[in-house]
Design a protein around this ligand. Structure first.
Ligand code: MG
Ligand code: ZN
Length: 459
C-alpha cells in the first residue's frame, strides 16, 4: 500500500511539472497505441470555455439502458436520448499497471493530466511526483475554474483536478489542498459545488471559514445556492455525498449546481474550465442497483441538457462528456433470456438501500412484504418472499443484496462484479472543437487535447 501522504507539494514542483507538459504533449508515444493516438495538431480557434462532464462508472450499457428507460412504454420505435445525440467515440481506461481495470483515482488522474498512474493516485505519477492538472493550467492561463460533483467535492474524481496525493483516501489532506495549493495567491478552483462538508468543517480545521476569509461566498443548503451572486463560491450541500437522485426531494440536483456554476463563471474574461461529475452513477453500480443507476443517469442527463443549452448560447464553448470506467459489468439481458424489461425498473421507486432500511424498520413480515410491493411493484414467489424475509434484521448490505438480486432477476439485468470493469467508455462532445474527439482514443488523449486547447488561451 502506498499511504505516504503529500502534505505540502510546492508550487515549484508543479511549475516544473507544467513546464514538462509541452514535452509530454508533443512527444510521440513510443510504446503502444501509436495508431490510436493522433498527432498533436495545433487547432485554430481553441474554445474559450470547456465544460468537462464525467459520468463516474458510466459504461456504454448505462447509456443503452437509459435510452430504453426513456422510450415510452409500448413504443417499439426506440427514442434517442441527449447522450445519443452527442455520442462521437469510445475511450480505453486502463491504469498504469498490469491489472487493466482502473479505479476512479487513476482514471481521473488520466483525465485531468493526460498521464496514467496507479490505482488510488490523485494526480501523482507512478513515482509519486505531482502532475500538473488542467484546472491548474487553466488558472495559470488566467481562466476561471470550477468543479461540481454529486459526491464529496474532494472525492477521487474532482480531487484529481485540484490536488495531489498518493492516496484518494486522504480526504482531509485533499480538502486542505483545495485551499492551501494556491496560484497567484488564490486557491485553484473558483467554484466548488457538491457534498463533503464533514471534510471541510472539522475539529482540527475549519476550511469553510478559511475559504470565506479568502472571499468565497458559501452555501450549505439549496436556497442559499440560488443566492450565490458571484465567484469565488463554495457550496457544500451534504456531510458526505448528496442523497441518491432516486431518494432526493430535489428534482435535479446536478443540473441546478451546473446551471449556477455556469452563471457564476460566465463573466470570466478569458473563459473557464468547469468539471461536472455525475458521481453517484458509480455508487449505484457498485450496489448492482439498476433503478438507482437509472435515476442518476437521468440526473446526469438533465445536467448535460443545461451544458448543451449553454453551448448553444455560447458557441465558443466545448462540451466534452465521458466516463472514468465502467462499474458493475452491467448487461441488459441475463439468465439466457432474450429480453430486458425497463418497465420493471421504472416500477422501483427507491434505492435498494432505502428499501432494505424500510423492510428492516417495520415490525412484522406482512408489513415487510407490503412495503416490498409498494416500493418495487414486483410480485415475487413464495420462495423468494421467504428468501427476502430471511435476510431481514441482518446487515443492510445482506438484505440489499437480495433486494437487488430480485430486481435484476425480474428485469433481466445482469451484473458481473461489485467493482469496476475494463470496458471502454463512451466519448461525447458538442460545440467548438468537438471533431477532436471522434473515433477510438485512450482516456489520456482526451486530456491531452483539452490541455492543448487550454494552452492556446490568448495571453
Ligand atoms: Mg467519482
Ligand atoms: Zn467506483
Amino acid at each position: 500500500m502506498r499511504l505516504a501522504r503529500f502534505s505540502a507539494v510546492s508550487d515549484k514542483a508543479l511549475v516544473v511539472a507544467l513546464l514538462l507538459m509541452p514535452v509530454l504533449l508533443s512527444a510521440a508515444p513510443l510504446t503502444t497505441n501509436t495508431s490510436a493516438t493522433p498527432p498533436a495538431v495545433k487547432v485554430a480557434g481553441a474554445p474559450k470555455n470547456i465544460i468537462f462532464m464525467i459520468g463516474d462508472g458510466m459504461g456504454p450499457a448505462y447509456l443503452t439502458a437509459y435510452r430504453f428507460m426513456q422510450t415510452d412504454p409500448g413504443n417499439t420505435d426506440i427514442q434517442t436520448t441527449i447522450f445519443d445525440d452527442l455520442w462521437l467515440g469510445m475511450a480505453s481506461t486502463t491504469p498504469d499497471d498490469d491489472t487493466l481495470v482502473t479505479d476512479s483515482a487513476a482514471s481521473a488522474t488520466a483525465l485531468a493530466t493526460g498521464v496514467k498512474s496507479f490505482n488510488g493516485a490523485i494526480s501523482v505519477d507512478s513515482n509519486h511526483m505531482p502532475i500538473g492538472t488542467m484546472l491548474q493550467l487553466a488558472k495559470r492561463q488566467g481562466k476561471a475554474t470550477g468543479v461540481v460533483a454529486s459526491s464529496q467535492v474532494n472525492h477521487a474524481t474532482p480531487a484529481a483536478f485540484l490536488a495531489h496525493n498518493n492516496s484518494r483516501r486522504n480526504m482531509n489532506a485533499i480538502a486542505d489542498m483545495y485551499l492551501d495549493y494556491q496560484i497567484q495567491g488564490k486557491p485553484v478552483a473558483d467554484i466548488i459545488f457538491g457534498g463533503g462538508r464533514e471534510h471541510f468543517i472539522r475539529e482540527d480545521r475549519n476550511l469553510v471559514a478559511e475559504f470565506s476569509a479568502k472571499g468565497y461566498q458559501y452555501a450549505d443548503n439549496w436556497r442559499d445556492v440560488s443566492k450565490l451572486t458571484r465567484k469565488p463560491a463554495l457550496a457544500l450541500l451534504a456531510p458526505a455525498g448528496l442523497p441518491s437522485a432516486l431518494n432526493n426531494p430535489h428534482p435535479a440536483p446536478l443540473a441546478t449546481l451546473a446551471e449556477q456554476a455556469l452563471k457564476l463563471l460566465t463573466p470570466a474574461e478569458k473563459g473557464f474550465v468547469l468539471m461536472i461529475e455525475g458521481s453517484l452513477i458509480d455508487w449505484c453500480g457498485h450496489d448492482n442497483d439498476i433503478a438507482c443507476a437509472m435515476a442518476e443517469m437521468h440526473d446526469f442527463a438533465k445536467a448535460v441538457a443545461v451544458a448543451k443549452a449553454y453551448v448553444d448560447a455560447h458557441p465558443d464553448t466545448l462540451l466534452i462528456i465521458t466516463a472514468d470506467h465502467e462499474t458493475g459489468g452491467l448487461s441488459l439481458g441475463a439468465n439466457n433470456v432474450y429480453q430486458w424489461l425497463p418497465a420493471v425498473v421504472r416500477g422501483v421507486s427507491a434505492t435498494s438501500r432505502a428499501i432494505a432500511d424500510e423492510l428492516n424498520a417495520v415490525s412484522t413480515e406482512t408489513e415487510a412484504l407490503q412495503r416490498w410491493q409498494a416500493l418495487t411493484g414486483i410480485v415475487i414467489t413464495e420462495q423468494e418472499q421467504q428468501q427476502l424475509l430471511a435476510e431481514r434484521n441482518k446487515t443492510q448490505a445482506e438484505l440489499r443484496k437480495v433486494v437487488n438480486e430480485l430486481i435484476s432477476r425480474y428485469s433481466y439485468t445482469g451484473w458481473t462484479t461489485g467493482g469496476h470493469t475494463a470496458a471502454d467508455v463512451p466519448v461525447l462532445a458538442y460545440g467548438m472543437g468537438k471533431t477532436q474527439f471522434s473515433g477510438f482514443m485512450d482516456n489520456t488523449d482526451i486530456a491531452k487535447r483539452l490541455l492543448q486547447f487550454i494552452q492556446q488561451t490568448p495571453q
